[in-house]
Design a binder for this molecule. Structure first.
Ligand SMILES: [Zn+2]
Length: 451
C-alpha cells in the first residue's frame, strides 16, 4: 500500500512527476499533455534553483537527480490575497465586533491608540505567518490612513513587515481613507507617503453622499483629485466601493466616469460593490458596460460580506451579501477574491487561507457548473491585478511557489480543508507551522481575557 504522505527532498534540482494542475493555472501547457475529466493537466515539473525550469507531459521529464512521484495529486500555484487589512487584524478579544459596518468603523477607531509599533508588528506578523503557512505568495493590505499621522505610523509598520518577510511573502500597501481626504490639505502628502512606501492609492467611496440635487458632485471632485494624484505618481488605484445594501448609494458609475475623464492609465480595482447584485438586470448590464469601457476590475470578499451584510437582530439574512460576481465575469471583466478582515472589528473569524476563501466564493457565487475559470480568482487574476504576472500561475521560468494537496481530484480539493497541504517556496518546502492564537494573546498582554 502506498504511503499517502509525501516527503520533498531539500535539493535545488527536483522533478515533481505525475502532478494534476488545473489547466487555467498553466501558462503554456506542454504539447501532448493529457487533461483529466475535471480539466486538470497531467504534468511533470522540473524545478531548478527555485524556478519552474520545465513542464512535461506526465511521466516524460528528464532525470534531474531527485524525483517525487505525486501519484496524481493536485498541484497549484501559490495563492494571492489582494485584499487584506493586516493592521486591523487579530485584535480579538480586546476588540469585540458586533457584526455591523458601523461597529467596524467605531471599534477600529477606538483601537487605534493601542496600535503601538510593537502591537502592530505582533498582529500583522501573525497574519502574514498564517498566510505563509497556507501557501499565500503575496498580500495587498489596505493601510488605515484616516489622518496623516496615523497613516505614517501604519505605513512604517507595513514597511517593517515587508523588509522582514522579503523572499517569503511579498507585501504591497494601499491607502484606505474617506474620500474626503483626497480633497483635504494632506492629500498630496498622503499620496507621496504611499508612493515612498511602494504602495498605491485608495479610499472608501461611500463616505461622500449625494448632494441636495441628487448628484455625486463632491465624490466626483474627490475622484478627480485622486486620479490626478495617482497619475502624477504613476500609482495604481484600489477602492472600497458600495459596501451597503442601500440602492441609492451607488458609486461604480461615478468611478467609471471619473476614470474616463482622467486619462489615468493605471489599474483601477473596485472592492466589494455588494449592492450591485441587488440592482435590476438592466442596471447591472449598463453599469458593467460602463465599467468595461473604463477598464475597471473587481475584487470580492465573500466571507466577511456574508457576515456583515443583511444582518438584523433575530432575523436570518435573506441576501448573500456579495457582488454580482457571475455577471461581472460574464461581461469579461476581471474578478478576483480576497480574504479581507481577519479577527478584528469588521470580521470575527478568518485565518488568511485563500483556499478557504476560494471554496466560500465558489459556493456563495455558485461559480461552478462549470468550475472553469473560477480557480483563477484566487491566484492568476489577483496576481495580474497587483502587477505580478510572475505569480499565481504555473509556467516555465516562473518562481516555484507551489501548493501540493493530498487530493487527486478537483472535487476533493474543494471538499476538504486541505490542512495537510504542502507549500513550496522557491522550490523548497515551507516547514513553518501555523502560529498559535494563545501565543499572540500572551504577547499582546491579553492572556487572561478569557479566564
Ligand atoms: Zn476591505
Amino acid at each position: 500500500m502506498q504511503d499517502h504522505r509525501l516527503s520533498i527532498p531539500d535539493t535545488p534540482c527536483l522533478v515533481l512527476s505525475n502532478a494534476r494542475v488545473p489547466a487555467e493555472l498553466v501558462v503554456t501547457p506542454p504539447p501532448g499533455a493529457r487533461k483529466d475529466a475535471e480539466g486538470a493537466l497531467l504534468l511533470d515539473l522540473l524545478l531548478d534553483r527555485g524556478l519552474i525550469a520545465g513542464l512535461f507531459p506526465a511521466g516524460t521529464a528528464p532525470d534531474a537527480g531527485a524525483r517525487v512521484d505525486l501519484l496524481g495529486r493536485h498541484l497549484w500555484p501559490a495563492f494571492i490575497d489582494m485584499h487584506t487589512h493586516l493592521d486591523c487584524g487579530h485584535a480579538i478579544p480586546r476588540v469585540r465586533p458586533d457584526g455591523t459596518i458601523h461597529g467596524g468603523f467605531s471599534l477600529t477607531a477606538e483601537d487605534w491608540p493601542r496600535w503601538t509599533d510593537a502591537d502592530l508588528d505582533l498582529r500583522m506578523e501573525f497574519g502574514i505567518r498564517c498566510a505563509y503557512a497556507h501557501g499565500v505568495a503575496a498580500l495587498r493590505s489596505h493601510v488605515d490612513s484616516e489622518t496623516l499621522a496615523y497613516s505614517k505610523h501604519h505605513w512604517r509598520a507595513l514597511d517593517r513587515m515587508r523588509a522582514k518577510w522579503a523572499g517569503k511573502v511579498d507585501l504591497q500597501g494601499v491607502t484606505i481613507c474617506a474620500m474626503e481626504a483626497w480633497v483635504g490639505e494632506d492629500a498630496r502628502a498622503l499620496a507621496d507617503l504611499a508612493a515612498d512606501m511602494g504602495g498605491i492609492l485608495g479610499g472608501v467611496t461611500d463616505t461622500l453622499d449625494r448632494g441636495e440635487n441628487g448628484t455625486y458632485d463632491a465624490l466626483a471632485h474627490a475622484l478627480d483629485r485622486l486620479f490626478a494624484l495617482a497619475k502624477e505618481r504613476d500609482l495604481d488605484v484600489d477602492l472600497h466601493v458600495d459596501q451597503t445594501e442601500d440602492l441609492s448609494a451607488f458609486t461604480i458609475p461615478e468611478i467609471a466616469k471619473a476614470r474616463l475623464r482622467s486619462g489615468f492609465q493605471g489599474r483601477v480595482v473596485l472592492g466589494h460593490c455588494v449592492n450591485l447584485s441587488l440592482m435590476s438586470p438592466e442596471v447591472i448590464d449598463e453599469t458593467l458596460a460602463l465599467a468595461k469601457e473604463a477598464d475597471l476590475a473587481f475584487v470580492s470578499m465573500p466571507t466577511p460580506m456574508m457576515y456583515l451584510m443583511d444582518r438584523k437582530p433575530g432575523r436570518t439574512p435573506r441576501w448573500r451579501g456579495v457582488t454580482a460576481a457571475n455577471e461581472i465575469r460574464a461581461a469579461g471583466l476581471p474578478l478576483a477574491i480576497g480574504g479581507d478582515n481577519c479577527r478584528d472589528a469588521w470580521f470575527a473569524y478568518g485565518d488568511h487561507d485563500m483556499l478557504d476563501t476560494l471554496k466560500q466564493a465558489i459556493r456563495v457565487f455558485q461559480a461552478d457548473e462549470p468550475l472553469t475559470g473560477s480557480l483563477a480568482m484566487a491566484s492568476r487574476v489577483p496576481a495580474d491585478l497587483i502587477g505580478r504576472p510572475d505569480l499565481g500561475r504555473i509556467g516555465v521560468g516562473l518562481p516555484a511557489h507551489l501548493v501540493i494537496f493530498q487530493s487527486r481530484s478537483l472535487n476533493t480539493v474543494l471538499a476538504r480543508d486541505q490542512a495537510d497541504r504542502i507549500v513550496l517556496k522557491h522550490g523548497r518546502q515551507v516547514t513553518d507551522p501555523l502560529p498559535q492564537h494563545h501565543e499572540l494573546e500572551a504577547a499582546l498582554g491579553l492572556a487572561d481575557t478569557l479566564a
